[in-house]
Write a protein that binds this ligand. Structure first.
Ligand SMILES: Nc1ncnc2c1ncn2[C@@H]1O[C@H](COP(=O)(O)OP(=O)(O)OP(=O)(O)O)[C@@H](O)[C@H]1O
Ligand SMILES: [Mg+2]
Length: 420
């Protein structure tokens, strides 16, 4: 196999990140060759509000990454997120075509199609169909029913849908730059591929992508994706609150917020005043009170955010099904006190999710805000079989590699390879 180039683009509310990586036969992990992150313009809460500005920013980001990698890209995997994302669990049932022999790949194809056939308005599009379990003659919990005998085959799937307008706008920005969109991936699902362990997924975990403009959430229960949603508040609201509270500009507030996340809190508790003269703020502010900013401004906003996350998890009865707790990704995960606040409000273990499973130029990339874009590379790496046309005919071969413990990623690829 010759080396393949794979690209991930994350068009966020705060930044546009592009990663170009090489996949080769002798290396398991994608090798990053080019990376860039530029401030985003024209995106609000994950939704494009100014297509020209977005195209310009994506162009800048792609060109930078291309220069670094020394290659020109023609296609990319792209994240999507924001409140236009919705999810549902859907069932499909079919009669097995040849019950006298065994369940075949065509039965899987039909049953997944049956589950996928939900009535959707013309403004929405399915972006993910993930089988959660197959049921053969009433016996559930089956990952791979091919080769089993039975007459009735059912599947439970998790389906994620997105606004057609938003997908079309993103696709248009990229096609204007000569880039084909290979696939869209929900941003917190993409983060699962790069930052969540198999054990966490098997036990049950919620992945919270705390971005600049929104919080994307996906929940795994017993190894299967069971719930996806998004909340329209993000870490930018914390910056706004600091700006209003201290009567300073957004730029100054952002500088203070970033500085606070780097301070050693143990050192702080002794003295309340923090010297910020190094930031050289335009307002001339030299000192701030830790209590006022962290306890009085940042913490209440974080609490509000995690209370909203808790409400979503409780409404869907997910809270008791995720003993692995929360993996928090996105730049907002770095906010001072964010993890402690999540643990306290939601009452579950929480950790910051940073990307892994990549090599090469990783120094700039291994931060929570790049978990989703790195996840695209890992998703794309396994997506390859369907690109190379390994569809229906190669189904048995693909399925033979399935074990009961196989990752959901393989399952996604498989289903995607079956869906026209
Ligand atoms: N070190 C840090 N400390 C505190 N906050 C940070 C830090 N680094 C980044 N952030 C915050 O994270 C936010 C950006 O996160 P991220 O890059 O994940 O957002 P995005 O993907 O562009 O947006 P979205 O996913 O909402 O569309 C900004 O509000 C920024 O202030
Ligand atoms: Mg993001």
């Amino acid at each position: 196999m010759t080396d393949t180039i794979i690209t991930g683009i994350d068009v966020g509310s705060s930044k546009v990140a592009t990663i170009i990586a090489k996949l080769s036969e002798d290396e398991e992990t994608p090798r990053i060759m080019g990376f860039s992150s530029v401030p985003s313009r024209g995106v609000k809460r994950g939704t494009i509000v100014d297509i020209n500005k977005v195209t310009e920013t994506v162009e800048k980001s792609v060109e930078k990454a291309e220069r670094m990698a020394g290659v020109k890209i023609s296609s990319a995997f792209v994240t999507v997120g924001g409140p236009h994302i919705e999810s549902l669990n859907s069932q499909g049932v079919v009669a097995v075509s040849h019950p006298e022999v065994e369940i075949g790949s065509e039965d899987i194809d039909r049953v997944v199609d049956a589950a996928r056939a939900i009535s959707l308005s013309s403004t929405r599009e399915v972006i993910e169909v993930l089988p959660r379990e197959f049921i053969v003659d009433g016996q559930g919990g089956i990952n791979n029913p091919v080769g089993m005998s039975g007459v009735r085959l059912e599947v439970n799937t998790h389906i994620i849908t997105a606004s057609v307008t938003n997908l079309k706008n993103l696709e248009r920005c990229l096609s204007d730059l000569g880039i084909d969109t290979e696939d869209f991936v929900f941003s917190s699902l993409s983060s699962v591929y790069s930052a969540v362990s198999d054990t966490e997924r098997e036990l049950g975990v919620a992945v919270i992508d705390l971005g600049g403009g929104k919080i994307d959430i996906c929940v795994y229960v017993e190894g299967s994706l069971s719930y996806s949603t998004s909340i329209p508040i993000g870490a930018r609201h914390i910056t706004n609150d600091i700006a209003v509270g201290l009567r300073i500009s957004l730029e100054s507030a952002e500088k203070i917020k970033l500085m606070l996340s780097k301070i050693d809190t143990k050192e702080l508790s002794a003295r309340d005043e923090i010297d910020i003269s190094k930031l050289a703020l335009e307002e001339g502010l030299k000192k701030i009170s830790y209590k006022t900013v962290v306890d009085g401004i940042i913490r209440p906003r974080l609490e509000e955010m995690f209370e909203e996350v808790l409400a979503k998890l409780e409404t869907e009865s997910m809270i008791t099904q995720i003993p692995s707790g929360l993996v928090i990704t996105g730049g907002g995960a770095l906010t001072v006190g964010a993890i402690e606040c999540a643990k306290r409000v939601i009452g579950l273990p929480a950790r910051i999710g940073t990307p892994s499973h990549v090599t090469g130029l990783v120094d700039e990339v291994l931060f929570p805000q790049y978990t989703a874009v790195v996840g695209l590379l890992l998703y794309g790496k396994n997506f390859k079989p369907s690109q190379s046309g390994a569809g229906f005919k190669d189904f048995d071969k693909i399925f033979r590699n399935f074990s009961m413990k196989s990752s959901m990623r393989k399952m996604t690829d498989l289903v995607k390879s079956l869906i026209p």
